[in-house]
Design a protein around this ligand. Structure first.
Ligand code: NAD
Ligand code: DAU
Length: 351
């Protein structure tokens, strides 16, 4: 039985990943370590909380004692590190927490993994590890910076982050690389494009636009709305991470994209059409400072070497996603009001 420490499993991608793994494999155990920040919502995991293969631990990845205790108690042999401050706009107004969570948190996890998995942890020359262990860092295409009208990010593209968020993610990636190079820790990094799907916090473009359409509120489009993102369905992202865990070459970076480049304004128009609203709701507002103009992922490495490919067409993914938010307006409103935080107290008392 593989025991996977999933950090940030109460967030958007982490919760989808837990469903994916428990639904796809019989022989995995998941320990979800999450601090339950504003973005973490245990309600997302209602469908697995009675599964004996699933355990939730409330804790902060920056807390060395808490992380060590999870390794000790559960015999973790795989780490998938999602926990992060993830919203670019928040990083522009309050960068400090991004440095702390995204960089220091990654450092704590790497050190704990090394000490628990290395066969002689007090010998700095020892590069031997328990069989089958793996540390996977969930990173982002934003570490590569911005593209012009043409070109795509490959794994060889130089790192050139532009926001405090992406700079913190880049720093974390460099730490992961350093633990691989210096200590021989078996690591991988995945760098994916913009995810969409169920359980995304409604501060991000797609759920925010859907909610505003349903409420008849204005749709804030930054600048001219011609910035391009490469949209990846969250379930395809989860499948890609699973593929890298099983087949990825130790030490390698894998880019993951959906082959779906869309300008923001196209996304907004799609949401308007899907919710029966018209363009009078669109408001062009002041642009995000340092706004990256275009992202696009070259998937060649993961598709040719590991055999992963996105299964969702954008049309199917968007139609299911809009429907999910229409069916789950109560979830959205609880998240927006912060009310979901009460759920934790009701479910778990003072755990
Ligand atoms: P999210 O903001 O929805 O969730 C983050 C989760 O991490 C929350 O459950 C939160 O409670 C938890 N967390 C935050 N700080 C913590 C801490 N100190 N200790 C423990 N838990 C903590 O994020 P997401 O969109 O699911 O993104 C997950 C990961 O994927 C992040 O590392 C992000 O950088 C990366 N990523 C996201 C996208 C995307 O489109 N959403 C794309 C590329 C990469
Ligand atoms: O590319 C991967 C990244 O995608 C992840 O690393 C980040 O964690 C994730 O948040 C996402 O970052 P973006 O900044 O691309 O996502 P966001 O949903 O915030 O914005 C998408 C685009 O839409 C971006 O160009 C900004 C624009 N936008 C966003 C919001 C919230 C608007 O025009 N109006 C808005 O109100």
């Amino acid at each position: 039985m593989q025991t996977i420490l999933v950090t940030g499993g109460a967030g958007f991608i982490g919760s989808n990943f837990i469903y994916y793994m428990l639904g796809t494999h019989d022989d995995v155990r998941i320990v979800n370590l999450d601090a339950l920040t504003y973005a973490g919502n245990l309600e997302n995991l209602r469908g697995v909380e009675l599964d004996p293969r699933y355990t939730f631990v409330r804790g902060d990845v920056r807390d060395k004692a808490a992380v060590d205790a999870v390794f000790d108690a559960y015999g973790v042999d795989t780490v998938v590190h999602f926990a992060a401050e993830s919203h670019v706009d928040r990083s522009i107004t309050n960068p400090e927490i991004f440095l702390s969570t995204n960089i220091l948190g990654t450092g704590v996890l790497l050190e704990s993994a090394k000490r628990h998995w290395n066969l002689r942890p007090d010998d700095k020359y020892c590069r031997e590890y328990r069989a089958g262990v793996r540390y996977l860092q969930v990173s982002t295409d934003e570490v590569y910076g911005a593209l012009g009208k043409t070109g795509m990010f490959t794994e060889a593209t130089p790192l050139s982050p532009n926001s405090p968020y992406s700079a913190s993610k880049t720093s974390a990636d460099l730490l992961v690389r350093a633990y691989g190079e210096t200590y021989g820790l078996p690591v991988n990094i995945t760098r994916c494009s913009n995810n969409y799907g169920p359980y995304q916090f409604p501060e991000k473009l797609i759920p925010l636009m859907i909610r505003n359409c349903l409420l008849g509120k204005p749709l804030p489009v930054y600048g001219d709305g011609m910035q391009v993102r490469d949209w990846l369905h969250v379930r395809d992202h989860c499948a890609a991470i699973d593929t890298v865990l099983r087949k990825g070459r130790v030490g390698d970076v894998y880019n993951v994209g959906g082959n779906n480049e869309k300008a923001n304004i196209e996304i907004v128009r799609l949401v308007l059409a899907a919710t029966g609203r018209d363009e009078s709701l669109i408001r062009h507002v002041q642009d995000r400072p340092g706004h990256d103009r275009r992202y696009a992922i070259d998937n060649t490495k993961i598709t040719t070497e590991l055999g992963w490919a996105p299964a969702y067409t954008f049309e199917r993914g968007m139609s299911e996603t809009v429907q999910w938010y229409l069916d789950n307006t109560a979830w959205v409103e609880r998240v927006v009001s912060g009310e979901y935080q009460n759920y934790y107290d009701t479910m778990y008392g003072n755990v």
